[in-house]
Design a protein around this ligand. Structure first.
Ligand code: GLA
Length: 721
């Protein structure tokens, strides 16, 4: 049983794999957090919780009690898990446990993305009902624990069971106290074209806060925060990671109080969120995914990867090899017609590409980024045969056909905007701030959601699309819906996300065979919320292979390689001006969903041959890179090299990828210690070299990379002697 309830000790112990998480209902019915860490022995459940978790007693001031759901107004002064303003204007909340219930499996969350189970044996769920007697607010804290990984998910379900209206002012999906602060925090920070750099810093007194208020998870921060021991590295030491299954604004906090206790919290950003709950109304928080690892950051990432790859991503593409694609964006930008596209497609088909993706510029009169978003009708000047004509010709060449959309946006210069100027987010009497000459549609409104569903669906059906790139290229401003009454306007951002999720659910379930890839100016919405609907995300608009080492390495902290789009583009690179060999560009891109983003007419015959060999190698390796365990081996943030590997589940196959940025003379050859192999097996490379598993792991393999921007990819297979 993953969840044990001990009636006399008043504890619930959630255990899976090597992890336990313990809650306690004290004599006053407050819900306390006792423990989150390595799995506890079964008989520990019979001990007195105060002794067992080395608390002197629970007779502590409210301010320092290890609350599981801290609330404000009766002695706690931190960030509340649930903040409520009552109709009287006070913000006092006092939550006490009323009852608890266990059930097998894991229920879905209403209207929100969440991880799931495929059978009830995979997880067990504890729901604890708490109540604030005075206002009548009830909060159900939902905990599911996954048996195979010890991963814990948590979300809160609020209901106004009172007679008066209340306003939710704060909502955290998780808030976990630690009885220590000798810890570091790790988060993923960035900007457009250099997303998700790994930042590690000591936690100290006060607040460490990362957040987005942009109406998207954002390029700048990812909805993820981890705490780790000082000694933790990629393969050793403890890490406690928290990730939010949500695509909108969020906050993550590590507060260290004056007694040296840290608290890790993750949830809605109160700067841009509040919610009115009338009597009888409900609100569900997004889901937090809590991962504990005692085998360093790789251990944490392995758990996130497996869960997100197998129990967050859904649909027919979840377990299928993803097609090798060519996208015309960097090849042509807006400057194309049918002939140019077909000549790209023909060359691409000739070297083994499987999917042709037509990017921005196919609709309305869009010849630059200043118009036509919202008018999802083909531009007949560019494509006289229409999308269906192009689709038929591509399908005849044996290619699949994919298309770019940016459905959440409207250009002021568009038929849609002229017909419905009030359909965008705006505030009456204020100018509408444009970014990339576009405005954000008001997805809180059902008629706008329905317009998007119908516009996108009709193009998918009439053009027999096989793939959609769903882009979103600006953040929100004047983020209020004119359709909401003033007291509800701060609900806009969250209502937008609920509207977006309704659109995505409707569209992806209507077209189960279409492969969807999300995008937001590259990786501006690379989050678990989007992965629930779309199995892959365009990782970054930066296609430079050297920069990609960092972007893909950082992204892998939480997200599996099967979620990352990675393309070979032209040189000099359009973002950095750097010239990197075709070999290294290919070696970097094969670590994600591989594609090209260039005009193949500009490649020489030798380069085309090399690209062809690259594609056939990708096809041989793509099951291993999609499903294999991903090990980070050498960090590009710390050295002029990078290395990672993909190891098959039976550990008998390993793909080692090694990269060098700048070359230095007169140094020892690079030694790369591998991880996760069978120590007593022999591994053989494709060119017949043999290595002992233990030697590969404890001594490493020696690689000689020559020249700036060079790389090497080795496939090793275990052999019996
Ligand atoms: C965004 C995307 C790019 C491309 C352009 C088209 O920037 O990230 O890949 O699709 O939009 O306008």
């Amino acid at each position: 049983m993953p969840i044990e309830c001990n009636v006399s000790a008043r504890t619930w112990t959630l255990s899976g794999e090597n992890v336990s998480y313990v809650l306690h209902r004290d004599e006053q019915d407050r819900l306390l957090h006792l423990y989150w860490g390595p799995r506890l022995p079964g008989n520990a459940l019979h001990w007195n919780p105060a002794d067992y978790f080395s608390f002197a007693s629970f007779d502590l001031p409210v301010a320092v009690l290890p609350h599981e759901l801290p609330v404000c107004g009766t002695g706690w002064y931190g960030t509340p898990t649930v903040g409520i303003r009552s109709e009287n204007g006070d913000e006092v909340v006092d939550l006490r446990v009323v009852s608890a219930e266990l059930r097998p499996g894991k229920p879905p969350l209403a209207d929100l993305p969440s991880v799931y189970t495929e059978s009830d044996e995979e997880a067990e769920t504890l729901s604890i009902l708490l109540q604030d007697k005075v206002t009548g607010l009830t909060v159900t804290a939902l905990y599911s624990v996954f048996e195979y990984s010890g991963i814990i998910t948590r979300s809160l379900f609020l209901r106004n069971d009172g007679n008066t209206t209340m306003t939710v002012t704060s909502l955290l999906s998780a808030s976990v106290p630690f009885w220590r602060s000798d810890l570091d925090a790790v988060h993923l920070n960035g900007a457009w074209a250099r997303e998700r750099s790994i930042v590690r810093m000591p936690v100290g007194p006060g607040d460490l806060r990362i957040s987005s208020a942009r109406g998207a998870s954002g390029h700048e921060e990812n909805p993820f925060l981890a705490l780790c021991e000082k000694k933790t590295d990629e393969n050793t030491g403890c890490v406690w990671g928290a990730s939010l299954v949500y695509s909108g604004s969020f906050q993550a906090l590590c507060h260290v109080d004056n007694f040296g206790h840290a608290r890790l919290s993750l949830g809605m950003n109160p700067e841009v969120f509040s919610w009115v709950l009338d009597p009888g109304e409900t609100l569900t928080s997004p889901e937090a995914v809590l991962v504990f690892s005692d085998s360093g950051f790789n251990g944490m990432s392995h758990k996130f990867h497996k869960l997100y790859r197998e129990r967050l991503v859904r649909g027919s593409w979840r377990d299928r090899p993803r097609p090798v694609l060519i996208n015309n964006w960097e090849g042509t930008y807006f400057d194309f017609d049918e002939d140019r596209l077909l000549s790209i497609a023909e060359k691409a088909a000739g070297i083994g590409v499987e999917l042709f993706v037509l990017d921005d510029g196919w609709f309305g009169k869009r010849n630059s980024d200043n118009c036509s978003l919202g008018d999802w009708e083909v531009n007949p000047e560019k494509l006289p045969g229409g999308l269906s004509g192009l689709s038929a010709r591509l399908h005849n060449m044996g290619l699949r056909f994919g298309l770019w959309f940016e459905p959440e946006m409207v250009s002021p210069d568009s038929k849609l905007y002229r017909a419905h100027p009030d359909w965008c987010l705006h505030v009456e009497g204020r100018p509408r701030t444009e970014a990339r000459q576009q405005l954000v549609l008001d997805l809180t409104r059902t008629e706008v959601q329905d317009y998007i569903i119908s516009a996108v669906s009709s193009v998918i059906s009439s053009s027999s699309l096989d793939y959609i790139k769903w882009d979103m290229n600006r953040n929100m401003t004047e983020a209020y819906s004119v359709s909401l009454p003033p007291e509800r306007r701060k609900e806009t951002q969250h209502r937008y996300m609920l509207g977006l999720y309704r659109i995505l659910e409707t569209v992806v379930s209507s077209f189960p065979d279409v492969l969807f890839e999300s995008c937001s100016g590259g990786g501006g919405r690379f989050d678990p919320g989007m992965l629930y609907y779309m199995p892959q995300t365009w990782t970054s608009d930066d296609t430079d292979a050297v920069e990609r080492l960092k972007v893909q390495y950082g992204t892998s902290f939480v997200y599996p390689a099967s979620a990352m789009g990675a393309h070979v583009s032209a040189i000099p690179n359009h973002q950095t001006g750097r010239k990197v060999s075709l070999n290294m560009r290919g070696d970097v891109a094969l670590s994600g969903n591989f594609g090209f983003e260039l005009d193949p007419a500009k490649l020489s015959e030798e380069e085309l041959d090399e690209a062809k060999r690259m594609i056939s190698r990708v096809k041989r390796l793509r099951n291993l890179t999609r499903e294999g365990t991903f090990w980070r081996l050498i960090s590009p943030f710390e050295t002029r090299h990078a290395a990672w590997s993909f190891v098959s589940e039976d550990r008998r196959e390993v793909l080692l990828c090694v990269y060098q940025t700048l070359s230095v003379p007169n140094t020892a050859p690079l030694r790369v210690p591998l991880m996760g192999l069978l120590p007593d097996a022999w591994y053989e490379t494709e060119d017949g070299r043999r290595f002992f598993g233990a030697a590969l792991m404890y001594q490493g393999i020696t690689m000689s990379l020559r020249g700036d921007f060079s790389s090497s990819v080795l496939l090793l297979k275990a052999r019996s002697l």
